[in-house]
Structure formats: C-alpha cells, structure tokens
Design a protein around this ligand. Structure first.
Ligand code: ATP
Length: 334
C-alpha cells in the first residue's frame, strides 16, 4: 500500500524545494500518493481565509504533510498561516535536529554539532492575544499552560530516552517571568524526574545563546517555550551552515507536518538556486515517522555524500550548483 502524503508547495522558493524533495523521496523507491494542496499568499488573498478547508481536509485524510514555507499576507488582518495550522491540528511539538554536514565551511568545522531542539508550538507570546489599551499603548499576552508545557517536556524526554540521548537542557527566563516561565520550568522538572537516567539542566535564554555560540558541541536536547524556541532555532541553524540545511517537524498526537526551518526566501525565489537540503532532510524525518527507516537512512546518506564531495552544493553553503543539479546529485548518490 502506498503512503498518502499531503504536499503543500507553499510560497517563494517553496514550490522549487518541495518539488526537489518529492523527486528525492520518490527516488528512494518508497511508494507515495502525493495529494498536492495549494496554500500560498495569493490563494489566501483570493479566498479571504488563512487556512482554506481543503488543506485541513487533506491533512485529516493523510495525517502526514510535507510543507513548503507559506507567507502570511501582510495587512488584510490575516492571522499567521503557520500558527493557525499548528493550532488547528494541535501540532504541539516542533522538532528541529541541528546537525553538522560534511564539507560546509562554518566557524565550527572542527566540532560535531548534534542537537535536537524541541519548541512548544501552540502558545506563549504566539497566542496572538494583543490588545491596544489606549492609542500607542499595546499589550501582548504570554500564555503558558501546564498541559502544553508538560506535553512538550514529555515529548522531548521520550525522544531522548528512545534515541539514547544523554542530556536535556530546559531554556527559560524564569528569573524575570517568574510565573509564566516558572510554570514552564516546573513542568520540565516534574517530567525530568520520570527520566532519572537522562541528565537535566536549566539555562537562562541569554546565557544559553552565548553558550550555544561558544560551545555548541556541549548541547544535546534543547527544550524551549515557543518564542525562545523560534529564535534559538535560527541561531542554531547558523552554527551548522544556515537555514538552507535545517529540517523540522511539527508533531501532534495524530498529525505530523514536516517542513524546513526557513521561510519563503523571496530574494531568491524563482531563480532555481534555493538549497533543497532542509526540505529533503524534513522528508528524511517524514520517512522515519512512516517507519520507512531504510529509505530514510539511504536518503540521509546520499545527501551527506553530496556534501562530502563538495561538487554539487548550492550558493548559500559556498557552492555553485542549482537546485536541480544538487537534486540530481542526491538522486545519483541514492
Ligand atoms: P520567515 O519570517 O518566513 O521565517 P525569514 O525572514 O526567516 O522568513 P527566510 O525566508 O527564511 O527569512 O530567508 C532568510 C535568508 O536565508 C534569505 O536571505 C534567504 O535567501 C536565505 N535562505 C532561506 N532559505 C534558503 C534556502 N533554502 N536556500 C538558500 N537560501 C535560503
């Protein structure tokens, strides 16, 4: 039986990198019925809704999505598409493995960076509750709940346990936001007690940012509320070579949507030079999730081989290849 997957090409470079990822997945031999679901800013403006029902219907059927970046139109009062999707499907865990690739010239070439970031995906300052008290005075509400904090902590520790990881670091600012981040930390501590074989540490977010830049190899699993998770993910992407190579997954109890960390990159859209690695590695996570472990390993190894050879990499990581040349090289390596 083929697997059914909802493919959301998205905006900007999204259609280019998702087509590349689709070709690479098909080349593994795993049979997939791709249901293509359009979701992009033009469609949102045309239909007047951030999340057309057709996209949700498809994801409710397939339960698995491979998604390109979608830009929320500015103005017109549209709420964020990505936030809406995560809330609607309760994709509470955002998982971002940040791993060194061979052959990329970064400042950290001599150290192996191998961390996985677990970002709470549904609340915090991204709850979208903002209020103009009087003209020129605005408040934004930071929502932290026991349920969501415990769920993301449990997800991170369970992952650590199942994947032989040694340490979980919870990142917070509870010295200032005593109630909100205090609750997040309390939940992390409670969950950590159920996993005594995994080392548990806490770091304040500003210190964590410095440590990440100075000693990235000392981090293993990072556990963060939504806003810090968003910022720290991009920082971590920069350590290994940029946004073009870092994959991600939005996981719920039923649905899973895999997508790159990067946005729609309008500056390079349509030029055929975007790096599809982040989408391909997201597809590797998707194959693992589908229990197509062998195909996932082969695709991952093929991508690493192309990087190690350094002949067909894209401009963002110092090469000269086009999206298509890189994709052809990965497929040849497979
Ligand atoms: P968003 O707010 O939608 O997350 P962003 O502001 O983080 O987007 P991106 O669209 O991710 O911005 O792009 C940031 C920079 O990284 C741009 O210069 C872009 O060209 C570059 N970039 C992002 N993704 C890729 C990619 N896959 N290949 C090459 N360059 C990329």
């Amino acid at each position: 039986m083929p697997h059914s997957v909802t493919l959301i090409p998205g905006d900007g470079i999204g259609p280019e990198v998702s087509a590349a990822a689709r070709r690479a997945v098909d080349a593994t031999g795993v049979r997939i019925d791709w249901e293509v679901a359009e979701l992009n800013s033009d469609l949102i403006i045309k239909t007047g809704v951030s999340l057309p029902p057709s996209v949700l219907e498809s994801l409710n059927r397939t339960l698995i999505g491979l998604k390109g970046p979608v830009t929320t139109p500015i103005g017109g009062g549209f709420s964020s598409v990505n936030v809406a999707l995560r809330k609607k499907l309760d994709l509470y865990a955002n998982v971002r493995p940040v791993h060194s690739l061979p052959g990329i010239a970064t400042r950290f070439q001599d150290v192996l960076i191998d961390m996985v970031i677990f970002r709470e995906n549904t609340e915090d300052l991204y709850s979208g509750i903002e209020h103009e008290v009087v003209p020129d005075v605005v408040t934004g509400i930071k929502v932290i709940t026991r349920v969501a904090s415990t769920k993301i902590a449990e997800y991170a520790f369970r992952y650590a346990h199942l994947n032989g990881r040694k340490k979980v670091t919870a990142i917070h600012k509870a010295n200032i936001m005593k109630l909100a981040d205090g609750l997040f930390l309390r939940c992390c501590r409670e969950v950590s007690e159920r996993y005594p074989h995994i080392e548990y540490k806490e770091l304040i977010v500003d210190n964590a940012s410095m440590q990440l830049v100075m000693r990235p190899e000392t981090f293993d699993i990072l556990l963060l509320p939504n806003l810090y998770g968003d910022i720290v993910s991009d920082l971590a992407a920069g350590l290994v070579g940029g946004l073009g190579i870092v994959p991600g997954a939005n996981m719920g109890d039923r649905h899973a949507v895999f997508e790159a960390v990067h946005g729609s990159a309008p500056d390079i859209a349509g030029k055929g030079i975007a790096n599809p690695t982040a989408m391909m590695l997201s597809a590797v996570m998707m194959l693992t999730h589908m229990k197509e472990t062998d195909a996932a390993k082969r695709l991952h190894a093929a991508i690493e081989k192309v990087y190690a050879e350094k002949k067909h990499t894209t401009g963002d990581v110092g090469g000269t290849a086009t999206t298509e040349e890189f994709t052809n090289a990965v497929i040849a390596a497979l």
